[in-house]
Design a protein around this ligand. Structure first.
Ligand code: NAD
Length: 284
């Protein structure tokens, strides 16, 4: 079994990005800039946002953090997004999810300019992804693919099973695996005999949000297992959706939690921001 070290992979990609950002600044006279809007004081969201701002500083990009109160109206939030859409100094824009109940998440995602949509959640980017056109690919799914590529295991022709069908992880991961010529099954909460479906997988990607859900009897010996789940346990520590201790010995490669997909997600966000910057600069 080999560990897919998300921290190490992410560190090496960030170093390359740092060099690229410095070169872009020389070429275009300014750095890429990511704007992050956070609403309210959800501790997990605050921690993710801190990580994003810190990563911007590390790769040498500018960032703007816009903190809005939990009580902010949808109208005021949309007005802030419109302002940042129109701001030429901002290349990438994201609103940290989840949002308070009184705000319509879809309306917020729709309001972000497709060109600045670094999360790749805008319907324009989602459609482009499924149509195989150039687009902003969502960060976690792209990070998952980079981790699979890092193993050197060829994806073409392999059986891949993705557990979870969310718009932000499961569905886009399945599309990226399909693009890499895997034969893809999307499994979910209503899948019949989930263990048998999973045991078929040469590549198993798990994104369900249930601690240690994937047991040893759900994994084919020699499979590559990517655990997207992040769950907080009663003792405060984090664990994934895969029962790591039981499953790891069976696999050829597996991601740990923490230190797996999480760091790669933030690194891809940096790279998506650089891509938005380059596209915007080349349009002017
Ligand atoms: P979600 O709640 O939107 O979707 C969960 C999916 O899991 C659903 O499609 C559902 O059908 C499936 N599911 C639920 N219970 C199941 C069961 N018993 N058997 C089979 N399938 C089941 O979740 P999400 O937003 O895709 O996130 C999934 C997990 O990934 C969460 O733990 C989340 O915190 C984590 N996550 C991590 C990152 C990262 O950067 N590492 C990014 C996004 C999400």
């Amino acid at each position: 079994m080999e560990l897919i070290d998300g921290k190490a992979l992410s560190a090496s990609v960030k170093l390359q990005l740092k060099e690229r950002v410095a070169a872009l600044e020389t070429e275009y006279g300014r750095k890429p800039c990511l704007a992050v809007i956070i609403v309210g004081e959800n501790p997990a969201s605050q921690s993710y946002v801190r990580g994003k701002i810190k990563a911007c500083a590390f790769v040498g990009m500018d960032s703007r953090l816009i903190e809005l109160p939990e009580s902010v109206s949808q109208e005021d939030l949309l007005a802030k997004i419109a302002e940042l859409n129109a701001d030429d100094a901002v290349d990438g824009l994201l609103v940290q999810l989840p949002l308070p109940k009184h705000i319509d998440e879809d309306a917020v995602i729709d309001a972000i300019s497709v060109e600045k949509d670094v999360d790749g959640f805008h319907p324009g980017n989602v459609a482009a992804l499924w149509l195989g056109k150039p687009c902003m690919v969502p960060c976690t799914p792209k990070g998952v693919m980079m981790m699979i590529e890092s193993t050197g295991v060829p994806v073409a022709g392999k059986k891949a099973v993705v557990i979870g069908r969310s718009n932000i992880v499961g569905k886009p991961v399945a599309k990226l695996l399909l693009d890499a010529n895997a034969t893809v099954t999307i499994a979910h909460s209503r899948t019949a005999d989930l263990p048998a479906v999973c045991r078929e997988a040469d590549i198993l990607v798990v994104a369900i949000g249930r601690p240690k859900f994937v047991a040893a009897d759900m994994v084919k010996p020699g499979a590559v297992v990517i655990d997207v789940g992040i769950n907080r346990q009663a003792d405060g520590t984090l664990c994934g959706d895969v029962d790591f201790d039981a499953v790891a010995p069976l696999t050829s490669h597996i991601t740990p939690v923490p230190g797996g997909v999480g760091p790669m997600t933030i690194t891809v966000l940096m790279s998506n921001t650089v891509d938005c910057f380059i596209r915007r600069m080349n349009k002017q």
